[in-house]
Each structure stands twice: as C-alpha cells, then as structure tokens.
Design a protein around this ligand. Sequence first.
Ligand code: BG6
Length: 467
Amino acid sequence: MSTPPLADALVLFGITGDLASKKLLPALAKLVARGELNVPVIGVARSPWSRASLLQHVGASLEAAGVRDHQVLAELAERMRYVQGDYADPCTFDRLCQALGEARHPLFYLAIPPDAYERVMAGLAAIACAAQGRFILEKPFGRDLASARALNGFLSRYFDAAAVLRIDHYLGKEPVQNLLYFRFANAFMEPIWNRHYIAAVEINMAEDFGVEGRGGFYDQVGAMRDVVQNHLFEVLALLAMEPPIAPDSESVRDEKVKLLRSVRPLGADAIVRGQYRGYRSERGVASDSEVETFVAMRLDIDSWRWSGVPFLLRAGKRLPLTTTEVRVTLRHPPKRLFHRTDGIPSDNYFRFGLGPGQVRIDLGARVKAHGPSMRGDDVHLQFCRNRDDEMSAYERLLGDAMKGDPTLFARQDAVEAAWRILDPVLGTATAIHMYEPGSWGPEEAERIAADAGGWHAPASAETGPAA
Ligand code: BG6
C-alpha cells in the first residue's frame, strides 16, 4: 500500500462551536508546541466574524484549557484564517477553495451537528480542491443501523472509503491504547482470558456532571447513541476481540468487527434506561423527554471464547464520580481452602482505569493476613501512571489524521455491527426510570447484574480502588 500524503491544510467546520473550543483548538495548540503542525488552519462557520474575533475566540479557548504559552498562541494565530458562510451556499465552498490556495491534500474536520454532514459533504464534493482531501466525521454516525447505512451510501457516492475518518476520541486515549497493548504484550493474559477463567466483565463510564449546556444535542441522542454505540463498544471490542495477526490498522479493525458481530442484539429484558431528576429542566431538553441519561445493559457474546460470560455495561450522567473503568472478575479457585479474616468471600479481578488523566491497572488478589491463622486479606497490586505531558486523545487523532493513519478511527463495518446490537432497544422501546442526581442510577438497574455478583462501583482517581 502506498503511503498516504501528509495533509497540507486543516479545515475546521464549526470552529465557533463547543467541540472546537474545548477540544480541537487546545489539541492544535499542543501540536504546534510539539512542532507537528505547520500547515494553514482554516475555520469555517456561519457567524459573521472578523479575523480579530476568530483570534479572540482562539485565545479564550486556549486560556480556558490552561494553555498559556504566548509563543504557541502567536504561532497558531499566524496560521489561522476564517471563512464565513452558510453550508448550503456554494459560494461558501468557493471562498474556502480560495483560502486553501495551493493546498492539494487538505484535512476537513466536520465539528458540526450530524444533520449538517450531508450538506457540507455535498458542498465539498463540488469543489476541486477537496478531491484529494481527507474528511473527519464526529459520532454519532447515523441514529441507527438504517441511517448509518444511508449516510455511508451518501458518502461513498462522492468519496473514497479510505478518505473518510470516523473519529471516536476514546480510541485516542492513552489508557485505551494500553488495553490493547497490555492484552497482547503479556503472555500470561491469553491463557486466562476466556470463559474458563473469567466470571464477568464490567465496563462503567460514570460522569458526575449533567449535560452542561449541550441539552439541545443530548436530547436528540441520549446515552446509548452518545457513548455506548461508540466509546463503550470500542472498549468492549478491545477487551474481548481475538488477537490480531499484526498491529496494522486493518488487522486490528478486522478483529474488532468480528467481535462486535458476535454480540447478540439486545432484548428489552437486558437493558434498563434511566434519567436523572432535573434533566427535563435543562436548556434545550423537552419538558416531557424520555431520553436516557443512564443506561445499564448485559451483553452476551456468542463465541467459543466468551459464551456464557456476562458483559455488563453501565454509563450515566450525574452519577457519584467521573471515571471510566473496566473490571474483569476471575472465577473462584475450584476449592476454597482459606477464608478472609472477616469471612466474606472475595474476588480476584483486574481493573483497568481508563481515565481521566491516568493509566491504571489493579490486580485484586488475596494474601495471608499477618498472624497465626491461615486467614487472608484482600490486596491490590497496582500500576498507576499520571503524566502531565500525556497526549490528549484529540491531539493524537488529529496528528494521525494529518498523516493519513486510519488505525484509531472507526470503520464503517464496525459502526454497522455496533448499531445492530442496539437497534432493537433504541428510543422508547423500553421504559425510562428516574434516578436521583449523585446516585448510581435507578434501582431497576440492579437486576441487570444480579446473577453476576452485582455492580461494582469504580474506584475514583483520588481514593484508589473500591471493593
Ligand atoms: C463525548 C460525549 O463523546 O464523550 C460526552 O458526547 C461525554 O457526553 C464525553 O461527556 C466523555 O469523554 P471524556 O474524554 O471527556 O471522558
């Protein structure tokens, strides 16, 4: 395969929006600081901004993200241009072409609501300067299996599949990358990583905040489309897939698709949806909204490796803390010779902390308690790394997209396989249960994990592992 050309310009549609401000501009500043961004950056949006207002926006976004290096700010500002216009107006795209000048391989980032994708992609298809470009789309990719296929059909009419990069920022996170690495770089993992040794797998994505001014967007999607179909299913795939034959992008992505295809589509009895009290009063949210801000589900994987092992997923907003964690519970020894000092049975487990801000692995084990009797205590052996210079997910993914490396982007077949699992339970196919902010969701969610030992609260980054 020939090496893809380096991008020679970056175009950000939606430069005035929340995503650009909170994630993309800070990531660009980091790339500038590392000397890895040396192409023009063109912001496109509808607001009638001058270049001065653009630069003010960039300065404020970086300030809010804690980037205070004046030299970096000056260098980024130097590279930035602004093109104002309506996405439905062909003149906007002509102006964009002028601003692109000699660039032949621009990278176009669509940081805009999904309902504007087709308009923008059709506009880009009509201009010659986009013909050899690459295009980053933000999730959700469609609203269900049918619309994901329709969107892809639309895109493939105009662009080569390899030019379309579907971004899922979870894939750019250091601890998520480490999951893949840890699983396949250590020989002790493979013999136990199956139904014979693993009793249950749990993935918790907890956030202690609500929709934070994004009510208008969130009320159209809900937790399943916002984080489960993409972030959590990517984590699931990395945890459960077969070893890839090589570390290249297609081999890894082939295994992920195979895994997602072996997950049984969800039935209504395997899922509980919740909504935090107060959600309906958030700005942009319908007063009778039935959209879920919490979801708990049990997945079954029909494969030789995982048959019979429950995979429990839980994600929610306004939960007690903010963290994402995987807990893999091992089966008990075939015969219990020893007891805990308090007599309570305990588990062996792996916990993988997926952030924020750290890479953490805990191995829960038992050791003999000090003293004359053969009783034991639970301990955890921990590896934990916090680094200030860790690359942010967007920084890594933007860098990869500029180089044309698709490894950390979702492939269309995986997107479809993921929708296939959720399709039967999307929308109001199941009831919504209210929960108190600060709790672990509605009580009804307990039944999902009842025969798998119940849910385990993830450890907070500050307090260390929970039981
Ligand atoms: C986004 C979701 O994709 O991921 C948000 O739209 C969620 O609702 C966010 O809060 C979580 O990502 P991170 O990296 O901030 O943990």
